[in-house]
Design a protein around this ligand. Structure first.
Ligand SMILES: *Cc1c(COP(=O)(O)O)cnc(C)c1O
Length: 373
């Protein structure tokens, strides 16, 4: 019997798998002698925009900056309210607050982890100007009712695609997420479906004016050297990360397919009355950034995580504390009753999933989960 642990996400293994691509990318940039905002970034922007099916991509320093800058570029005014799911990574909410806007929490459908369109409509006030949808864990949110709501109530629609590179809408159009809202923020943090060897991010948009403002904002508000019509920041993807991302982009469809196979195997074989498997999106839509199961209570989760650890299976909780219970947002959000966010924070557990996870590892996870009682 093997006793090697099953890692939650084998980042060193992924870097080893991609070593030849990475070495080639590094050599190209070092030999070029050009390290910031050059040919690699320009090419990556074009290739990633094409892959998403959008006309414009502006690369930035990280996913949080992509969120902040897409809001700043959109013309929203300080204090405008933006609806955001109550259950997400805290960066979704910080992207709104750090752009000078007011994040307003909306509960999710606990079966899909997606923002609930009915709850979103109920949260609209006269100051609401926008909605940020998060395709959490790689599952595309229900875009049809959300687009309809935004159109009917005059809200701008933004996407947080940090966990959903390549996820698609169901149905004949099959648009990729990132091409549905006015603008979409992506992260290339190393653990994401498309990861750099450091920080990275991008905004994808249909709107040429918004793209132009983003290009200035990420570079000191400077559309042209030493001209600063607006105040910007320094948030640029560097050439080395862009070169690595270009290479990894060619592997992304295959990697997402592999994630889908692992998720299908988990779903078929995890049949334990204490475990609720995540609901898959329609075929071909879901990119399984994380495989998040639910258990009946926090005590069950503690016991399950311990049981899996004893069987050499690493797990992670995404996310253990609801955002309205975090010091950062307790004052602003503490008064909202958000029972679904609290319940999810207490009962979710993420199982290992990655494009280089072997069938044998997947089998060991399933066996360990099945033996929990
Ligand atoms: C990772 C993540 C971000 C932020 O990305 P960084 O590159 O780490 O700044 C934003 N939103 C969600 C949902 C994320 O998972």
């Amino acid at each position: 019997m093997t006793t090697e642990p099953v890692p939650f996400l084998d980042l060193p293994g992924l870097a080893r798998r991609d070593r030849a691509f990475i070495d080639g990318a590094l050599a190209r940039v070092v030999d070029s002698g050009w390290f910031v905002l050059g040919r690699e970034v320009e090419s990556f922007e074009k290739e990633f925009a094409d892959w998403c099916g959008a006309p414009h991509c502006v690369a930035v320093g990280n996913g949080l900056d992509a969120l902040i800058l897409q809001f700043r570029a959109s013309g929203l005014q300080p204090g405008d309210e933006v609806l955001v799911p109550s259950h997400t990574y805290i960066a979704s909410v910080l992207g709104i607050s750090e752009a000078g806007l007011k994040p307003v929490p909306v509960e999710c459908n606990p079966a899909t982890f997606s923002i609930c369109p009915v709850a979103a409509e109920a949260a609209i006030t006269p100051r609401t100007r926008a909605l940020l949808v998060v395709h959490l864990y790689g599952r595309v949110a229900p875009m049809e009712p959300l687009e309809e709501l935004c159109a009917r109530r005059g809200l701008l629609l933004f996407e947080d695609c940090a966990q959903s590179h390549g996820a698609r809408e169901p149905g004949p159009g099959q648009r990729r997420c990132g091409t549905i809202g006015l603008a979409a923020a992506f992260s290339f943090y190393p653990s994401k479906n498309l990861g750099a060897l450091g920080d990275g991010g991008a905004v994808v948009t249909q709107d040429p004016k918004l793209a132009e403002r983003l290009r200035a904002l990420r570079n000191y508000g400077s559309p042209q050297k030493y001209h600063h019509p607006i105040r910007g920041v320094n948030s640029r993807l560097d050439e080395i990360q862009a070169a690595i991302l270009r290479a990894r982009l060619t592997l992304l469809d295959g990697d997402n397919l592999r994630r889908d196979q692992i998720a299908a195997q988990y779903r078929a074989e995890i049949q334990n009355p204490l475990i609720r498997n995540p609901e898959p999106g329609p075929p071909g839509t879901h990119v399984w950034h994380l495989y998040v199961i639910r258990v009946p209570s926090e005590n069950h989760r503690t016991a399950l995580a311990r049981h899996l650890s004893e069987h050499g299976i690493q797990t992670v909780i995404h996310y253990p504390t609801a955002i309205h219970r975090q010091g950062a947002f307790a004052a602003d959000w503490g008064g909202f009753p958000l029972p679904i966010a609290e319940d999810l924070a207490a009962t979710v557990l993420s199982l290992p999933i990655s494009p280089i996870q072997t069938d044998q590892e997947t089998g060991r996870v399933i066996e360990a989960v099945q033996s929990f009682s």
